[in-house]
Design a protein around this ligand. Structure first.
Ligand SMILES: Cc1cc2nc3c(=O)[nH]c(=O)nc-3n(C[C@H](O)[C@H](O)[C@H](O)COP(=O)(O)O)c2cc1C
Length: 233
């Protein structure tokens, strides 16, 4: 049984809250896992060329092509992204748009699989978690848990953080702020967030280990989608 972790943040893994929170969830599963960072990858958004409709294989040649096999092989996913302007960062959005290739003509390769959504923002990652959950539902993947944490805004280390009026340090601590190491939000120092990550990993692992009916999950997720469709019309 294998879990695929995706960190959608474009920042270095050592400073990315998304990367570290996804890693924490993966470790808590106790299962075999692979963690892939999208940082540095060239992945464009779906261009609606419909090249994938016949065989469910995206025809766009970029770094998404190499991620197709790990996505198909995984039994579950832990997907994390950064909060940019109250939504997920563009790289992760582009990556998830490209899951469109799995949606055609009864392509059930991902149906009924399970996921954990991870979101990190300088204030909150909750909206990002919700967005990931929505993306998952389009492939009838159930999000079993959501983990939101507070990450380090780049303003803490950009060199202008103590004087920039629109930067996070001044906004959070006021004018005249002197930045210290302790002020910089770090998901691994947030006890409730790390506990939620551990809990999410455990839950995902339990659901997978004890075995479950993928088609029951699929049917439930189809109903969720139909309900959303009915509400929007
Ligand atoms: C372009 C940009 C926009 C951002 N917008 C928000 C925002 O709307 N809300 C928020 O809470 N954090 C915002 N942030 C802060 C990031 O979410 C924060 O730095 C977080 O730690 C990023 O995740 P990462 O550490 O995995 O890269 C923004 C950062 C950037 C670079």
């Amino acid at each position: 049984m294998k879990i695929l972790g995706i960190s959608g943040s474009p920042r270095e893994e050592e400073v990315s809250g998304s990367y570290r929170l996804v890693e924490a969830v993966l470790k808590a599963t106790g299962l075999d896992y692979e963690l892939i960072s999208l940082r540095g990858k060239t992945i464009g958004g779906c261009i609606a060329c419909l090249g994938c409709v016949k065989d469910n294989v995206c025809q766009v040649r970029d770094d998404m092509a190499a991620l197709r096999a790990p996505l198909l092989e995984a039994d579950g996913y832990v997907i994390g992204a950064a909060n940019y302007y109250s939504g997920m960062n563009a790289l992760c959005h582009a990556f998830l748009e490209r899951w469109y290739q799995f949606r055609h003509q009864e392509a059930d390769a991902l149906w009924g699989k399970l996921a954990v959504a991870v979101g990190v923002g300088s204030m909150s990652g909750a909206a990002v978690c919700d967005q990931i959950e929505t993306f998952m539902s389009y492939n009838f993947v159930e999000t079993v848990a959501k983990v939101s944490g507070r990450g380090a805004a780049s303003c803490f280390t950009c060199e202008y953080g103590e004087s920039c009026a629109v930067g996070a340090p001044v906004m959070m601590y006021g004018e005249g702020v002197k930045i210290t190491e302790e002020m910089i939000p770090d998901v691994t120092r947030q006890a409730t967030v790390m506990a939620a990550a551990a809990e999410a990993g455990k839950l995902l692992s339990e659901r997978l280990r004890k075995g479950y009916d993928r088609w029951e999950v699929t049917a439930r997720m189809q109903e969720v989608m139909m309900e959303r469709f009915r509400e929007s019309t």
